[in-house]
Design a protein around this ligand. Structure first.
Ligand SMILES: [Zn+2]
Length: 183
């Protein structure tokens, strides 16, 4: 991770503040209509979560994930604006929104597992801590989504799950170790 300039620090603070507001409002908007982790995916995923993640997570289908207005000016590492409508799912604290636009082509159990990892990350970091780590990880890695440490952790753990679905480990424990190693 390279050093973040003063200008970038101000940008990060501003992005984190707006992102926290966005996450809280999206969570509240979707939570009441959301459903618990469904079967048969629950049976496959639950052994990997030793904490409250599986009992607290809720999911909701929507036609397409909308871009938050506050990110209108931000571009990714390829110079393109971030486009949330291309995402299959997004986690707002304990509530996950799934895009119908990508539902057919998505491996559902992997997607639900991945989003459950984010729920567990939110539990350990809080909404503000999660967004600060996420935004700093994104800015300090040249706006490359796949280099964000919280995403790398989620993809790593998702890969471990897919490679050995019958060998459960504690996702919460693995997350705590990874967060500690970067603290
Ligand atoms: Zn993710």
């Amino acid at each position: 991770m390279f050093r973040i300039s003063h200008r970038a620090t101000a940008l990060i603070d501003d992005l984190v503040e707006k992102a926290v507001e966005w996450v809280d409002s999206q969570r509240d908007a979707h939570r009441a209509s959301a459903f618990p982790l469904p079967e048969p995916e629950r049976t496959l995923i639950a052994p990997f979560f030793t904490g409250k993640t599986v009992s607290q997570v809720r999911f909701r289908h929507i036609p397409e994930i909308e871009n938050p207005a506050f990110l209108g000016f931000v571009e990714d590492s390829d110079g393109r604006p971030l486009d949330f409508s291309q995402m299959a799912g997004i986690t707002f604290n304990d509530t996950v929104v799934l895009s119908d636009a990508y539902f057919e082509e998505t491996d559902l159990v992997s997607l639900l597992f991945h989003e459950c990892v984010h729920v567990a990350q939110y539990q350990q970091l809080g909404v503000e801590g999660f967004m600060r780590s996420y935004v700093e990880g994104w800015v300090s890695n040249g706006m490359d989504y796949f280099a964000i440490p919280l995403e790398r952790d989620a993809y790593d753990l998702e890969r471990q799950f897919r490679a050995a679905p019958n060998r459960p480990f504690s996702v919460e424990g693995a997350i705590a170790l990874r967060l500690k190693s970067r603290a």
